[in-house]
Design a protein around this ligand. Sequence first.
Ligand code: PGA
Length: 252
Amino acid sequence: MTRRQPLVAANWKMNGALQTVRPLIAGVLAGVADGIPAEVAICPPFVYLPEVGRALQGSRVALGAQNVSEHAAGAHTGEIAAAMLMDLGCKYVIVGHSERRHIYGETNVIVAGKFVSASRAGLIPILCVGEELSDREAGQTEEVVANQLDAVIQAAGIGSFAAAVVAYEPVWAIGTGKVATPDQAQQVHAFIRLRLARHDTGIADRLRILYGGSVKAGNAKELFAMADIDGGLIGGASLQAEEFIGICRAAE
Ligand code: PGA
């Protein structure tokens, strides 16, 4: 079995202020300096990318964005292109977060377009997939996740997953305090890996699949211990340095 370096990525969502960025980053950097085997990334709101990028310079913590346009440039008022994110030193970009899909109507096709534009620019997309509670109750978790994955594989090609990350985030577990059990999460993570292995077993084997949805320092260890869980995408708990570092420490 391939050893995959775990990744713990902070998704600040639409939180923070210029005054809170510095102390939060300082706390994370102090914790990381203590020695953390996992790779750590921080995805702040767009407007704080330069500030956070400067603070992270020379550290082992990577910079990421929360969204990207599917278009390369031009008349797209309010959008941000992948090349702009590269310009600011981003390594990662989250695409297809469930809040983008459900609040802002991003379809599988739009998400695939974003993945492609991120990959082309040299960013590593963190592709979010996950079912809603009604899907799970109807026994359609795998079907939903398969459709989300297949749309991207079709548009981007399996090769682009060599430089991508997938995050499984059951929508019912995001920001609700209702975490998936390690077994529930592992089952879907294994399914995701298998789905990609249909196209390329090597790429599937090396792909990092993160779990997201109410991860806390107190529940991270048992989740990250599962065979196909390679770290986490952390929302609420990433807004407190100590809690976030506790989660990072749980990923070995
Ligand atoms: P949460 O969010 O950790 O606050 O549940 C995770 C996410 O939406 O990425």
